[in-house]
Design a protein around this ligand. Structure first.
Ligand SMILES: Cc1ncc(COP(=O)(O)O)c(C=O)c1O
Length: 490
């Protein structure tokens, strides 16, 4: 007898709540099916939907070569192998937590310090985000989240926890900055719908915008959550990707200045973007709430960072000279890449939202939409993936309220691939504009023919004495129209 999956598996396993059925993830599949390679598959899809920082690998490789004792699988480091390979408790290696806390302070310009005893480990920021939700909310409770937001939040924060996400729409008219008014409205709407709001979660610097929040905004958010007695979770995973002014301000700095209940403040962090190590799965919850730290630590058993990785990173992150150099150089390289990439887009007539951080640009492709709807956006996205062979991510997958915005990543490829991607974009935009012009021309020609023939009809159907005399001005217009008309039909 055959069983349906739904009969023998859990609701979680058989429901569609994993939120991976979005163009954000579909784009990755399109890339996997036909990945670009400069010689083996030069017409393949270029991956521009992956926010990876691959510009500074050489610096880390160099450090690893110079520090073989930090790796327990080398001749020089093997003496530590036994101690590191045995069972680890979920507190993590003390030297690792100490090094991470110090690194977090360094990334925030040493304006704040972090207590190693508050560092809770998780499997990347993905694991950290889920862990903090498990600590702060029950199934059915909700978190407000400024939109557009990172698409995998739907999976990471909601899927297994049952927590709802309520987008707070930010608009292009003020460069997608969050307003207190929008927050209040979203909060009130949730209350009206009998939904319990447990907090506000946001990524600062923002994914997908690549922008940072200013001090006043951050202060007003802290005041808002404090008044409502709800939590504030700041995902600061892009903290060290700032490549030009203004500087990044962490929530940890704001709570030094604004009166608030610190039990409500939590930071999510990871080394995936700032150090470019997403494969290492190093995620952190840093909570100012003792109960959350204690509970989170127990939960972290489900997603610990391998002790081998902890050991290596404890050593690397404690090397102050290297970290100082790495952070400076990484930011410089990101800045250069961003400049070259956005200039290349501008040459193709594409504008992006002004940004100062992140591994991506928020491209404004509204002028290329055939219709200003999300269907129009998807139509454009399909052409870009299937014909232009670039995996960029449509704004709708980030819950953007306005169609026509796309996120494009620029730091996960080498210079040559980026130039090929730029060429493809520019050629496509040029062709699309030309096509649009032709369509408009045809439409215009049709209208003109119609108006011309209707005028002829109108004029011939009128009795001679009723034909209006042609004034000089109307004659000019008419002859000019006629000229263009003739040009077009010739
Ligand atoms: C805002 C944000 N949070 C979390 C993550 C997940 O990061 P990790 O690779 O550390 O799990 C990402 C990855 O893109 C992200 O952009």
């Amino acid at each position: 007898m055959e069983f349906k999956s739904s009969q023998i598996l859990s609701k979680l396993a058989t429901s569609d709540q994993h939120a991976e059925n979005s163009p954000y993830f579909d784009g990755w599949k399109a890339y996997d099916n036909d990945p670009f390679h400069p010689t083996q598959n030069p017409h393949g899809v270029i991956q521009m939907g992956l926010a990876e920082n691959q510009l500074s690998f050489d610096l880390i490789e160099e450090w690893i070569k110079k520090n073989p004792v930090a790796s327990i699988c080398t001749r020089e480091g093997v003496d530590a192998f036994k101690d590191i390979a045995i069972f680890q408790d979920y507190h993590g290696l003390p030297e690792f937590r100490k090094a991470v806390a110090k690194f977090m302070g360094k990334v925030r310009g040493r304006r704040v310090t972090f207590d190693p005893d508050r560092v809770v480990m998780a499997g990347g920021a993905t694991g950290a985000n889920e862990l903090i939700m498990f600590c702060l909310a029950d199934p059915g409770d909700a978190f407000l989240v400024p939109s557009p937001y990172y698409p995998a939040f739907d999976r990471d924060l909601s899927w297994r926890t049952g927590v709802k996400l309520l987008p707070v729409a930010c608009e292009s008219s003020n460069n997608f900055q969050i307003t207190l008014q929008a927050l209040e409205e979203a909060y009130k709407n949730a209350q009206k719908a009998n939904i319990k709001v447990k907090g506000l979660i946001m990524a600062n610097p923002s994914n997908p915008l690549g922008t940072t929040m200013d001090k006043d905004t951050l202060k007003s958010l802290v005041t808002f959550i404090n008044e409502k007695k709800i939590h504030l979770v700041c995902d600061e995973i892009y903290a060290a990707t700032i490549f030009r002014a203004p500087n990044f301000i962490s929530i940890s700095e704001i709570i030094e200045e604004v009166e608030c209940n610190r039990d409500l403040i939590h930071i999510v962090y990871s080394l995936s973007k700032d150090m470019g190590l997403p494969g290492f799965r190093v995620g952190i919850v840093y909570s100012y709430n003792d109960t959350v730290v204690n509970c989170g630590r127990k939960m972290s058993s489900f997603g610990l960072v391998s002790s081998q990785t902890q050991y290596l990173l404890a050593s690397m992150l404690s090397d102050e000279e290297f970290i100082e150099m790495f952070l400076k150089e990484s930011s410089k390289r990101l800045g250069n890449r961003h400049k070259i990439f956005t200039r290349g887009l501008v040459e193709g007539g594409i504008k992006c939202l002004e940004s100062n951080a992140g591994l991506f640009c928020w491209m404004d492709l509204r002028p290329l939409l055939k219709e200003t709807t999300f269907e129009g956006e998807m139509e454009l996205w399909r052409v870009i993936i299937n014909d232009v062979k670039l995996n960029v991510s449509p704004g709708s997958s980030f819950h953007c309220d306005e169609p026509g915005w796309f996120r494009v990543c620029f730091a996960n490829m080498d210079d040559e691939t980026m130039q090929i991607a730029l060429r493809r974009i520019r050629t496509f935009v040029g062709e699309r504009k030309e096509m649009d012009a032709q369509v408009n021309n045809k439409r215009w020609k049709k209208t003109l023919r119609l108006s011309f023939s209707s005028r002829m009809y109108y004029e011939t159907s009128l009795s001679p004495h009723m034909i209006p005399s042609i004034s000089t001005s109307s004659f000019t217009t008419c002859s000019c129209d006629l000229n263009i008309y003739l040009k077009v039909i010739i």
